[in-house]
Each structure stands twice: as C-alpha cells, then as structure tokens.
Design a protein around this ligand. Structure first.
Ligand SMILES: [Zn+2]
Length: 124
C-alpha cells in the first residue's frame, strides 16, 4: 500500500501552495486521482485523517475526482479507456483497429485540482 506516501506528498504540496498565497486554513481539497496510478480512492480516504493531522489540512474535507485512464491509438487516433481494452498479456488493444501502439492521454495523474480556503481576515 503506497497511498500513505502519495497522500503525504499531496499534503506537502498543499502546504507549499498555502504558504505562497498566505492562506492559514484549508477547508477542502479536491484531488484528481487517475485510475492508472494504482491508487485506491478508498485507501486515500483512509490515510487522510492521519496524514493531515496537525497540518494546515487538519479537518479539511477531501474530495476525490476519479479520472479515467485514456489512451489515443497511434494508428487510427481513436481514444479509448485502456482498462477496458487490453490484450491477454495486458497491453492496450485498440478496439477499432487492434493496434497496440498508443499514447497516454490521461489517467496517471495524482494531483491537486482545487484548494478551498477559509478567509479568516475577511468579514464575509
Ligand atoms: Zn486504432
């Protein structure tokens, strides 16, 4: 299980961004999780409370946006969901032309999409 390391990286990244924008409390964090990262959203959620304890993210809501793993066929340019179209030895297999040449389009990212902040100096 490597989710804990991933979550700790996200926490550090969020702290850096918060510092940059002089934010001292984060209300929510939206995380893009690509299905090709191998990270399980439910494990990420399990790690979240411990990973954020005593950080700027303590108590912040975690919102996970799952991103499908998509590749583009190099031969016919068809875009398909790679986990649904694999050869028996787990290589991408284009459903249109059965080419095994492909380029990753999305799905390997694990990154912060949005940070929701509480403006403590603001008078609403
Ligand atoms: Zn193709």
């Amino acid at each position: 299980m490597h989710e804990m390391g991933m979550v700790l990286n996200i926490v550090r990244e969020a702290e850096k961004q918060a510092q940059m924008y002089h934010v001292n409390k984060i209300a929510s964090l939206t995380l893009e999780v690509g299905e090709l990262t191998g990270a399980e959203p439910r494990y990420i959620r399990n790690c979240w409370p411990a990973a954020t304890e005593n950080t700027i993210l303590d108590g912040a809501e975690l919102i996970i946006k799952e991103v499908e793993g998509l590749v583009t066929c190099n031969d016919c340019k068809f875009v398909y969901r790679v986990l649904e179209h694999m050869t028996s030895d787990l290589r991408p297999d284009c459903p249109k032309c059965h080419s095994e040449k492909w380029t990753l389009k999305q799905g390997r990212q694990l990154m912060i999409d949005e940070i929701g902040v509480i403006d403590e100096q603001g008078d609403q």
